[in-house]
Design a protein around this ligand. Structure first.
Ligand code: FAD
Length: 380
């Protein structure tokens, strides 16, 4: 068992960290306060190969694996979780769904543009009345001659307003429940499709969360993604990888919250000494560092299993559940270590506290992760 990163992986981590500190850190609060989507930064990440880390070079990707993808998401999220979730939804949900379920023509048409950031991707499964119970989706897709007609509404779609390509799941056979859902590729500008309400959020405010509205939206028959009625099964496979990226997003924000708390504890003096001299603060730091390490090990285990071609339903859910709950605890303690300054927007602890909460909700809540884990444990 080898716990060391290779020289190339360490170099990738260093270069993403430098990029995030140089290009993202100075803008974080401006983007957050304005709810501004960091388009230029996302395009630059595309030029650097970070919008398609896991895809083969022949499809325009960086030709790396999930371990490298975790490193990149972690380092981006250590500075700004909004950038982390934009890249994660684009890569492991939209692009990866096309890559794993798409035919060769679909792969060739979309992956190179997505992997280089020329196109931004989004993935819509959730609907107003179906979140955790995603199989009860209501949006319909009806085949008419050489097109599919989509009708319905998706909600909470990351990147929805900015996406050039979207993957959406719709009902093709109402009688078959989860075996009657199919996935479709929708291009921006298709008649009958528009992004609706932009959500005004607690955190991750520079990321976009959109309603998607489909009204008699005709898409070409060849935009069916994967086999008809296999959309839900494919979506669950996609989420096995997606949950690794939410674990990495959590890990990055937990590490960021810890780093600023450690630094502050050495600078802030009370009772004539740095607060890091007090055992109460030291124990908080010790618990944070230990839990972050454990979360990283779980996340890297699922990433390296994925790279080895193994099924990771159990391990991805464990990593996502644990890392997201660690991130919430670490952000809370980071604010506590900052005292009153943790409550003030001049210090990054405040933003981590707001941003991390999404991690216990998106791509399956903590309750749903526990259901997935228990189901796997009780399977045999
Ligand atoms: C910022 C943001 C970005 C998102 N991005 C995307 C995206 O890009 N694409 C997309 O498709 N979706 C996206 N989502 C949606 C997200 O995946 C859902 O919000 C999530 O799955 C929960 O669904 P829900 O909000 O409907 O909550 P509900 O399912 O209504 O859950 C409410 C509560 O009930 C609990 N609960 C539900 N069922 C059970 C059960 N059986 N047992 C125990 N407890 C249960 C839940 O855990 C939760 O605590 C995003 C959400 C947010 C907030």
């Amino acid at each position: 068992m080898d716990f060391q990163l290779s020289e190339e992986q360490q170099q990738l981590r260093r270069s993403v960290r430098e990029f995030a500190e140089r290009e993202i850190a100075p803008n974080v609060m401006k983007w957050d306060e304005a709810g501004e989507f960091p388009m230029e930064t996302i395009k630059e990440l595309g030029r650097l190969g970070l919008m398609g880390v896991v895809f083969p070079t022949e499809y325009g990707g960086a030709g790396m694996g999930y371990v490298e993808y975790v490193l990149a998401i972690e380092e981006l999220s250590r500075i700004d979780g909004s950038v982390g979730i934009i890249v994660a939804a684009h890569t492991s949900l939209c692009s990866n769904h096309i890559f794993v379920a798409g035919n060769e023509e679909q792969r060739r048409k979309y992956i190179p543009k997505l992997a280089t950031g020329e196109f931004i991707g989004a993935w819509g499964l959730t609907e107003p009345s179906s979140g955790s119970d995603a199989g009860s989706a209501r949006m319909t897709a009806v085949r008419k001659k050489d097109c599919w007609v989509l009708n319905g509404t998706k909600t909470f779609c990351t990147n929805g307003h900015y996406a050039d390509v979207l993957v959406v799941i719709a009902v093709t056979d109402r009688t078959a429940h989860t075996h009657g859902l199919s996935a479709f590729i929708v291009e921006k500008g298709t008649k009958g499709f528009r992004a609706g309400k932009k959500e005004n959020k607690l955190g991750l405010r520079a990321s976009d969360t959109a309603e998607l509205i489909f009204e008699d939206c005709c898409i070409p028959a060849q935009n069916l993604l994967g086999k008809e009625d296999d959309g839900f099964i494919d979506a669950m496979r996609v989420l096995d990888g997606g949950r690794i990226s939410i674990a990495a997003l959590s890990l990055g924000m937990a590490q960021g919250a810890y780093d600023v708390a450690l630094k502050y504890s050495k600078q802030r003096k009370q009772f004539g000494k740095p607060i890091s001299d007090f055992q109460a603060i030291q124990w908080k730091l010790a618990d944070m560092a230990t839990e972050i390490d454990a979360a990283r090990l779980l996340t890297m285990r699922s990433a390296s299993m994925k790279d080895a071609g193994m099924k990771t339903t159990l391990e991805s859910s464990m990593a996502k559940l644990y890392a997201s709950e660690v991130a919430v605890r670490c952000a809370n303690e980071s604010v506590q270590i900052h005292g009153g300054y943790g409550f003030i927007k001049d210090y990054p602890a405040e933003k981590f506290y707001r941003d991390v909460k999404l991690c216990t909700i998106g791509e399956g809540t903590s309750e749903i992760q526990r259901m997935v884990i228990a189901r796997q444990l009780l399977k045999d």
